[in-house]
Design a protein around this ligand. Structure first.
Ligand code: NDP
Length: 492
C-alpha cells in the first residue's frame, strides 16, 4: 500500500467520525481523517458539552436562592458572563486536544481542511492555505454531521442560531427563542436561569412534539412557573433592527416584542452538500440526508455514512454506536446491525426530562393495532428538597405498561436529574422488564427515583378518544424518539 492509500478515510472528526476512526485503527486498519472546523464536532464545541455546562451554571442561581432555606446567608449573586464563556472555552480547548491526541495515539493520519470525494474511492482535502492532499481509500466514512437551519421570514438573518449562543459576549437581557424542540426549551431554561427575560414562541399547540403529552404539559407549566413567557400557536413573522440596537420581533399574532437577541432553534439539516457525494454515486433523500442501508452503506459501495448526516436519530451516543458498527463490520469481521429500540434521551430543560420507550399515545395506538390495552401509572409530587425551600416545583414520573404482557414500554420523568434516573431504567426496558419486576424492586429511600418502583395505582382509563395532533405543514416526522427498525430496503 502506498502512503497515499488508506483502508478507511473518515470525513469529519465529530463524535461519529472520531469513534469510527479510532475503532478501525485499533482493529489494524490504516486510517486518515479530515476535519475542516473543530475536533469533537457539534457535541463538543457547540452542542451537548457547552450546553450542559451552561445548564449547570443556570441551575446554580436557583441553588443559591434555595441555600437560604437551609441556613446559609447568601448575598445577591452577580453574574460575570465573560468569565463563564472564558472557562467554557478553556474546557472545550482541552477536549479538542484530547480528541486530537486520541486519533494520533492510534496512528490515524489527520488532515486539516475541507474534504471532497473525487469518485467513490478518492478523497481530496484542501487545507486552509490552499494545499491539496489526495488519498485513495478502500472505504470512505462520511460523518459530517448537521448544521442549524435558519428560518426564512424577513429579517431572519438577525436571529442567532445555536452555534452562536455559546460565544455571546454578553448575556442578553431580553431573549426571544423560536421553536419547540430540544434546543429551544433547553436554551429558554438556561437563559432564564441566568436571569434573562425569556419569551419562547412555538408554532403548534404544545411544544416537544413526539414526547409524551403529560411530559410536554408538565414542562410547559414548570417553565411558565419559572418565568418563561411561553407562547404556543405563535411564530415570528419578521425581525428588524431598531435604532437603539435592539430588535423588533413582529409575531404572527400581530404583537411586536422588543428584545435584545433572538435565537432560532428550528431544527438541523444534514451536512451532505458540496462534498462531491452525488457525483460519486451517493444518493441523498428528500431532506438532503445521505441514504444508507441497514449496515450504513450508501448507494456507492465503498462509501458509508453515520450520525446526523443520515438524519435518523440526531443524538451523539447513536452516532457513536453507528460508527462502531461500521468499523467492526469492515475491519473486525462483525456482522452487526443497529438497534434503535428503546433509545433513552434527556432534555436539559429546567426542569429536565428523561425519557425512554413509548409515549402513552404511541402505546395506545400500538395496542389498538394488536388488540391489546395499556396501563398508565403516573405520579406528581414535590421533591423533598423543596419542602424546606417552599419552591412550588413538582416532579412528574410516568410508566407506560402493556397490559397483556405486563411489559414496561415507556418511562418518562420531568424533574431534577431526570436523565440520570432514566439511564438505569433504559437498561431494564431493554431487558424486557415487567411492571411486576419493578414492583419487586426495593426502592432507595429517600430519593425521587424510588417513586418509579413504588407506583401501585393505575390511572383511570381515559374517557376520551385519542387526540389527533395538528402538525404544522412541512413539519418532518419526529425522529428523536425512534421505535422503527431500519432494514436494507429502507436505503437506496
Ligand atoms: P428539533 O427538531 O428538536 O425541533 C425543531 C423545532 O422547531 C420544532 O419545535 C419544530 O416545530 C420547530 N420548527 C421547525 N421549523 C420551523 C419553522 N420554519 N418555523 C418555526 N418553527 C419551526 O430541533 P432542534 O433544533 O431543537 O434540535 C435538533 C436535534 O438535535 C434534536 O432533534 C435532537 O435530536 C438533537 N439535540 C439533542 C439534545 C439532547 O439530547 N439533549 C439537545 C439538543 C439537540 P414542529 O414540532 O411543529 O415541527
Amino acid at each position: 500500500m502506498s502512503s497515499s492509500e488508506v483502508d478507511l478515510f473518515v470525513i469529519g472528526a465529530g463524535s461519529g467520525g472520531v469513534r469510527g476512526a479510532r475503532v478501525a485503527a485499533a482493529l489494524g486498519a490504516r486510517v486518515a481523517v479530515a476535519e475542516e472546523r473543530f475536533f469533537g464536532g457539534t457535541c463538543v464545541n457547540v452542542g451537548c458539552i457547552p450546553k450542559k455546562l451552561f445548564s449547570y451554571g443556570a441551575h446554580l442561581r436557583e441553588d443559591l436562592d434555595d441555600a437560604r432555606a437551609y441556613g446559609w446567608d447568601v448575598a445577591e449573586p452577580a453574574l460575570d458572563w465573560p468569565r463563564l464563556i472564558a472557562n467554557k472555552d478553556k474546557e472545550i480547548a482541552r477536549l479538542n486536544g484530547i480528541y486530537q491526541r486520541l486519533l494520533e495515539g492510534r496512528g490515524v493520519e489527520i488532515l486539516r481542511g475541507r474534504a471532497t470525494l473525487e469518485g467513490a474511492s478518492t478523497v481530496v482535502v484542501t487545507a486552509p492555505d490552499g494545499a491539496v492532499t489526495r488519498r485513495t481509500a478502500r472505504h470512505v466514512l462520511v460523518a459530517t454531521g448537521g448544521a442549524p437551519l435558519r428560518p426564512t421570514f424577513p429579517g431572519a438573518e438577525l436571529a442567532m442560531i445555536s452555534d452562536e449562543v455559546f460565544y455571546l459576549p454578553k448575556r442578553p437581557d431580553r431573549l426571544l427563542v423560536i421553536g419547540g424542540g430540544y434546543i429551544a426549551v433547553e436554551m429558554a431554561g438556561i437563559f432564564r436561569g441566568y436571569g434573562a427575560q425569556v419569551t419562547q414562541v412555538y408554532r403548534g399547540a404544545l411544544f416537544l412534539r413526539g414526547f409524551d403529552r403529560d411530559v410536554r404539559t408538565h414542562l410547559a407549566g414548570e417553565m411558565r412557573h419559572r418565568g418563561v413567557d411561553l407562547r404556543f400557536h405563535t411564530d415570528v413573522a419578521s425581525l428588524a433592527r431598531r435604532a437603539d440596537g435592539a430588535l423588533d420581533a413582529v409575531l404572527t399574532t400581530g404583537e411586536t416584542l422588543v428584545v435584545d437577541a433572538v435565537l432560532a432553534a428550528v431544527g438541523r439539516s444534514p451536512n451532505a452538500r458540496n462534498l462531491g457525494l452525488e457525483a460519486a454515486g451517493v444518493a441523498l433523500d428528500e431532506r438532503g440526508a445521505v441514504r444508507v442501508d441497514g449496515r450504513f452503506r450508501t448507494s456507492a459501495r465503498t462509501v458509508y455514512a453515520v450520525g446526523d448526516v443520515i438524519d435518523r436519530v440526531q443524538l451523539t451516543p447513536v452516532a457513536l454506536s453507528e460508527a462502531m458498527i461500521v468499523a467492526q463490520n469492515l475491519f473486525g469481521g462483525a456482522k452487526r446491525a443497529p438497534d434503535y429500540e428503546f433509545i433513552p434521551s434527556a432534555v436539559f430543560s429546567n426542569p429536565s426530562i428523561g425519557t425512554v420507550g413509548l409515549t402513552e399515545d404511541e402505546a395506545r395506538e400500538a395496542a389498538v393495532t394488536r388488540g391489546g390495552a395499556v396501563d398508565i401509572y403516573r405520579s406528581t409530587f414535590t421533591p423533598l428538597k423543596h419542602t424546606l425551600t417552599g419552591r412550588a416545583e413538582k416532579t412528574l414520573m410516568k410508566l407506560v405498561v402493556e397490559r397483556d404482557t405486563d411489559r414496561v414500554v415507556g418511562v418518562h420523568v420531568v424533574g431534577a436529574d431526570a436523565g440520570e434516573i432514566v439511564q438505569g431504567f433504559a437498561v431494564a426496558l431493554k431487558m424486557g422488564a415487567t411492571k411486576a419486576q419493578l414492583d419487586a424492586t426495593i426502592g432507595i429511600h429517600p430519593t425521587a427515583a424510588e417513586e418509579l418502583v413504588t407506583m401501585r395505582e393505575k390511572c383511570p382509563e381515559p374517557d376520551h378518544t385519542m387526540n389527533v395532533e395538528h402538525v404544522a405543514e412541512g413539519a418532518p416526522p419526529r425522529r428523536g424518539i425512534v421505535h422503527h427498525r431500519w432494514e436494507d430496503s429502507d436505503a437506496q
